[in-house]
Design a binder for this molecule. Structure first.
Ligand SMILES: *Cc1c(COP(=O)(O)O)cnc(C)c1O
Length: 418
């Protein structure tokens, strides 16, 4: 029988090896923040670093570029080593996930122009589906849409059968599903895709910084991911992209920008791609944002991804146990896989009135989760600063709202941001 008493949550916090890292983050009030999977908390080191970068601009002016110019690659190398299982020279930090996905998917489709299909997941994050759909439409390619995934997400065998039939040029999937938290088997799926001669592009937005990732060992060809969720680099901090070193020379960015040009400051007459992954840079990178990513990696490196992952699994399991004991009897349903090895770091609780429950959690209970349609309340449990008592409080207050029906008094009007 699982111990779900508040005292047990306190005991888990007392024994937590990464508990001390919470002090590296700005925590200004007693809001129970369970939305770090949408926007991570602000690390003190990021606040300091952004301020230093802005001061550098003031004092060094254009001379600052002597150092800034290397940042997208340097921070890419640091990310590669700390959380991606990639080599130096395989990752750069620049642009948004959307733009990076466009660049890499485009390059992959050019490289496999003998094939006519690209495979996506019907349940993937919208921008991923839209970007690929747009590329397919413009090129007159067919879309292979993987639908009806079980709660655990697509099995490698399902991806293999899809590829066997469609012989796609490229498969694009998210490592962790944004709604359910399902964590796909990256090595097995990548292998299945390769067996059928396609390229594999992973979106790591919901796994990077919390789930151990080994891009080299999994054989992944391409990857993108954002830095403002579990990496805590801030709203609009630039994303990263990964191109396996063996593929770099054969791929070209669809955007022939001067930051991807060989000998950038020779200002030559025509475009010739830079060697290596830097060819996927386009225009001037947002330097304060790239510096944020750099600083945000400090606490993550200090804890180590394995400790972070261990705490993530313990936190999500605690919430699943609380759900089963308190919420399931009240008509809620778990919208996340039960196997801790097969989920990321958020737990989705499903309820027909999820939207109003989310609003009531925020407005009445001081708990910040988020809503994902049609009926999911996502409880994001970012291990570096989320305590077991936070998880306990969040579910306890959700239980109270469902039990009393008090949430029905909250306005149900839709909002622009959910
Ligand atoms: C958060 C997220 C994005 C965000 O894309 P941006 O272009 O950075 O806004 C994309 N894909 C997935 C899977 C995400 O979770």
């Amino acid at each position: 029988m699982t111990d779900i008493r508040r005292e047990h949550a306190e005991a888990l916090d007392a024994a937590d090896p990464v508990a001390g890292l919470r002090s590296r983050f700005v925590v200004e009030n007693d809001i129970v923040y369970v939305d770090g999977n949408s926007l991570g908390r602000l690390p003190h080191a990021v606040r300091d670093r952004v301020s230093t970068t802005v001061e550098e601009w003031g004092s060094r002016l254009v001379a600052g570029w002597a150092d800034w110019i290397e940042l997208p690659r340097q921070v890419g190398d640091r990310l590669a080593g700390a959380v991606l299982g990639a080599r130096a020279g395989e990752v750069v930090v620049t642009d948004s996930v959307t733009v990076n996905l466009y660049k890499l998917a485009s390059a992959a489709l050019d490289a496999r122009s003998d094939r006519r299909t690209v495979v996506i997941d019907a349940d993937d994050f919208p921008t991923d589906r839209y970007v690929v759909e747009g590329l397919a439409q413009r090129r007159g390619l067919d879309l292979g849409v993987m639908a009806d995934a079980p709660l655990e997400g697509h099995h490698p065998d399902d991806v293999a059968s899809m590829c066997a039939v469609l012989q796609p040029a490229l498969v694009v999937l998210s490592h962790v599903n944004y709604r359910t938290g399902a964590l796909l088997d990256m090595p097995a799926i990548t292998e299945a895709v390769h067996e059928h001669g396609a390229l594999m592009l992973w979106d790591l937005s919901h796994s990077v910084g919390v789930v151990p990732i080994d891009l080299r060992r999994s054989g992944a060809d391409l990857a993108v991911g954002c830095t403002y969720k579990y990496l805590n680099a801030g709203p609009g901090a630039p994303a990263f992209l990964y191109v396996r070193s063996e593929l770099q020379e054969s791929l070209r960015s669809p955007i022939w920008g001067w930051f991807g040009q060989r000998g950038q400051f020779e200002m030559g007459p025509s475009y010739e791609p830079e060697a290596g992954v830097a060819r996927f840079l386009a225009g001037t990178p947002p330097i304060a944002g790239v510096a944020s990513v750099d600083a945000a990696l400090g606490p993550i490196e200090e804890a180590g991804i394995d400790e972070i992952w261990a705490k993530s699994q313990a936190l999500t399991q605690f919430v699943v146990d609380l759900h089963d004991t308190w919420l399931a009897p009240l008509g809620c349903e778990l919208g996340t896989p039960r196997d801790p090895e097969r989920r990321g770091s958020h737990v989705s609780v499903r309820h027909p009135d999820a939207w109003q429950l989310c609003r009531a959690l925020i407005e009445i209970e001081g708990v910040v989760p988020d809503f994902r349609g049609p009926d999911s309340i996502r409880l994001g449990l970012s291990p570096l600063y989320t305590r077991f008592v936070d998880a306990w409080n969040a579910v306890d207050r959700l239980r109270r709202l469902v039990e009393t029906g008090e949430y029905r008094a909250v306005a149900a009007a839709p909002r622009r941001v959910t």
